[in-house]
Design a protein around this ligand. Structure first.
Ligand code: EPZ
Length: 454
């Protein structure tokens, strides 16, 4: 395998140790009341790592990714890619790098051995549907299960299908599978306007277009930093891409891509989550290995709520006052707007504000499941359509609560940090999908947070 150190450990997925919370029986116990003080290293972004890993299907050379977070979603995706013929090796299971743990992982796919992604795997994580782009571009054929709905909304795949059709693919839906075929000479570069902004459809079409014949122009593309990160990695692999990070991305197809080495960008959602935790619980924390410019809208909202945030050379310094929080209205929007993935955490913060705030969710129709659980801690929140009205300053009291999705579950943990007494969050496997070593990071800052196994 080109470029892979001899120290690399090849992991058979049968041998992989499980995730602590994988059986779903673990709980997180939080005892509130301690301000947070210290340094929290921010991990590589889950939502960048997933498409980057999928892009390894586009080349027969080795793609090496650094700063890959150790998360259940990443492990699952690696299992899925193994099924398509990607050979994966990890340099030391967990290399110590700077202040955090980050892994360097090598992906090598000399031949795609399987062009079907089964329901059994795709239903567990929607992002695995995105393999349809690279499989179709490289092999000319892909059969990928429809992902189905999920807790936060129906989440259809119409934009992927329309977009791939625009590149010349013939697509049929048969027994729950999307069956796609490229024309004889391969996909064809075209002009496509997304009728709605979609992160996943932008990733997928951008990957597919790298190996198409001619130029593809994607309009109304998602502008998320993770799209830019994927474009940068694809460019390092030899793709010709311009405009990532703007609504218009232009891709000149090439005949093949090579290997590359790329570092996964910092997790802006993890960054915002800990910043909100400090704003809520009070204290003084430096978030290391991150970049304030990745989450300007969220930082503006946290500042408006009263926390002091100063960007540093390698991260963000934050001082939270805990008991002096101001109400702030927000509306979730595609990037650069306020991210839906921080909506639940911001709602937790607003439950302690002195006044009433409103949160409008415009991305997913059912992303308010944390409301009922926050109410169990004493929050006063009413819902009308896509708007939540939060009457702040309620004293929060610890209670048993249930995680319903990834971001909702962490909102309950940070609410627990500011609540009186003990909160236990069950269904912890949601947290393990997207927050690396959450208990350890918070405990090091003086919080009382522990994982309890049944
Ligand atoms: C990505 O999901 C993220 N996932 C989500 O993070 C994030 O919440 C979301 O973008 C929005 O920012 C990853 O990056 C792995 P979309 P994605 O396609 O790509 C509708 C988390 O907690 N839509 O941008 O699936 C869709 O239903 C997760 O880490 C269509 O209608 O989201 C939604 O309403 C959860 N048709 C809107 O577009 C389509 O074909 C935006 O979804 C595709 C999407």
């Amino acid at each position: 395998m080109a470029g892979v150190s001899s120290k690399a450990t090849r992991l058979s997925f049968k041998e992989r140790p499980g995730f602590p919370g994988k059986c779903g029986m673990d709980q997180i116990r939080v005892v509130g009341g301690n301000p947070l003080k210290g340094v929290i290293p921010i991990s590589g972004a889950k939502n960048a790592a997933l498409p980057l890993i999928i892009s390894s299907l586009l080349t027969s050379d080795t793609l090496t990714l650094e700063n890959v977070p150790h998360l259940a979603d990443v492990e699952l995706l690696m299992r899925i890619l193994g099924n398509h013929g990607v050979d994966i090796s990890v340099n030391g299971r967990r290399e110590r790098q700077s202040d955090g743990y980050a892994r360097t992982i090598h992906f090598n796919c000399p031949t795609i051995t399987e062009t079907t992604a089964s329901y059994d795997l795709v239903r567990k994580m929607r992002a695995s549907f995105w393999v349809i782009g690279p499989l179709l571009a490289r092999e000319g054929i892909a059969r990928v299960s429809l992902p189905g709905g999920c807790a936060i909304g129906t989440r259809p795949v119409d934009l992927f299908i329309d977009g791939l059709k625009a590149l010349g693919a013939e697509i049929e839906i048969e027994q729950g599978y999307v069956e796609a075929r490229a024309p004889k000479g391969g996909l064809v570069g075209r002009h496509y306007v997304f009728p709605k902004v979609s992160v996943g459809a932008t990733h997928t079409l951008m990957m597919a277009a790298t190996l198409a014949n001619g130029t593809t122009v994607l309009e109304n593309s998602a502008r998320e930093p993770e799209v830019v990160d994927l474009a940068n990695c694809l460019k390092a692999m030899g793709a010709k891409i311009e405009g990532a990070g703007t609504p218009t991305i232009s891709i000149n197809g090439v005949t093949s891509l090579s290997g590359a080495r790329h570092t996964v960008l910092p997790d802006r959602i993890e960054t915002g989550t800990y910043a909100m935790a400090v704003a809520m619980a009070g204290g003084e924390v430096t978030l290391e290995n991150t970049d304030a410019s990745l989450l300007s809208a969220a930082i503006e909202a946290i500042r408006a709520a009263g926390a002091e945030i100063t960007p540093t050379e390698t991260g963000i310094h934050i001082i939270g006052h805990g008991d002096d929080i101001r109400p702030v209205d927000i509306t979730t929007e595609p990037y650069p707007g306020f991210p839906t993935d921080l909506q639940a955490q911001f709602m937790a913060l607003m439950t302690r504000a002195k006044g009433t705030s409103r949160i409008v969710e415009t991305i997913f129709e059912n992303r308010f499941m944390h409301v009922q659980e926050l109410a169990r801690l004493g929050a006063d929140i009413s819902l009308s359509g896509q708007t939540a009205t939060i009457k702040g300053a309620s004293e929060l009291h610890g209670a048993p609560v249930m995680a319903t999705d990834l971001r909702a579950s962490v909102s309950l943990v940070i609410a627990g940090l500011a609540a009186k007494g003990e909160t236990t969050v069950s269904r912890v496997y949601h947290l393990d999908r997207g927050f690396e070593r959450l208990e350890e990071k918070l405990t090091r800052c003086g919080a009382i947070v522990e994982r309890v196994s049944d």
